[in-house]
Ligand binder design. Sequence first.
Ligand SMILES: [Zn+2]
Length: 427
Amino acid sequence: MFQPVEEMRGREALEALQLERLRQTVARIAARNPDYHRHLGKVAPADLGRLDDLRGLPFLTKERLRDAYPYDLACLGSDPVLRVHMSSGSTGAPIVNPYTAADVQQWREVMARSLATAGVTARDVISITASFGLFTGGFGFHYGAEAIGAMVIPVGAGRTLLQLQLIRDLQATILVGIATYPLRLIEVARQEGFDFRQTRLRVAILGSEMWSDELRARIEEAMGVRTYDLIGMTETGGPGMGIDCAARDGIHVWDDHYLVEIVDPETGSVRPDGKLGELVVTTLTRQGLPLVRYRTRDLTRIRSRERCACARTGVRIDRLQGRSDDMVIFKGVNFYPRQIEQILLRQKGVDHEYQIVLETEATRGDRLVLCVEASAEFDRGGEERLGQEVHDFLGLTPEIRRLAVGEIPRAQGKAVRVVDRRVGLGH
Ligand SMILES: [Zn+2]
């Protein structure tokens, strides 16, 4: 463990610390941002007698953060901004996160904890495949690796052939990046006759995208690695909010830094442990952009507050199930891309790349098309089986478009799983 005392703190001491830090966060907002303070109903630290009092505070939404572009919700005072990171802004204004010196340090600490949880030590060589830039990924891994003393190969995004070469020649043991990037590596390795089992790679730490358990199993099989699921987002200060451990019994949230609640996405009321709902995050140690009850739109549930087999005590949540705004509504049926991915990747001969296409045909109305890349093995009854399984699950009959491996266009960054070309009202 990178910080054994903090990571194994007893629950009572942890909750006392959370309350103290929650009050500090509220005090910081009150002192440095009158608008944000007003949004919180001018709550004062003394109003928070116990942790549950947090429930009386309003939510912070993604829209509100976007509208605050660039610094309207920042709580800087006299602290200089050392750096900014921001979301891609693909669906509106980007969300800007200003980091103070303490924020950079905080990030370094939680990333180091996360890497150590995945078994990274000073003897490791880490290939960073996430981009170094406005996106938080590259730098976060870099800081964490430096804190541990591991060697870093800062390749950044893209240049897949070079990535493979460096993994081999510089004897990388750890690969880190966004969750679907290993799929590019696997494809290029296949074309080049590159064998991951001839390398020293043993662990992949991945996140920032939805990846089902089935996809995870495929990455582990093809690369001969053990994967770890890292969570975090631009709004919370980047990756490093939590990670699963070797016991693979939920994701440990570093809850001395991030207080999590699960709420009903419709009513906003807090859901009991074990029940699925939307993840809401309150940051306890962030300075530049502290979050109070931020609605992430990620769906998960509290799995346990007990001590884990690895001895860590932080709250554990399930792997993220997808985002509430990823939900597809087709002919009145709701589903998540992840659910289709699970069915697809169970099929023999189906490759890891796929697309769910929703389109309108003049004479037949809307249709659901599953574009799958498959080998000859799939041609022996695979199409009927897949169609049947999707029908059993959704009650809809998909059209299956069988493509050769490599036909679906590859995204530069995060994978594009759903293409909605429907026309008409409501789309
Ligand atoms: Zn654990």
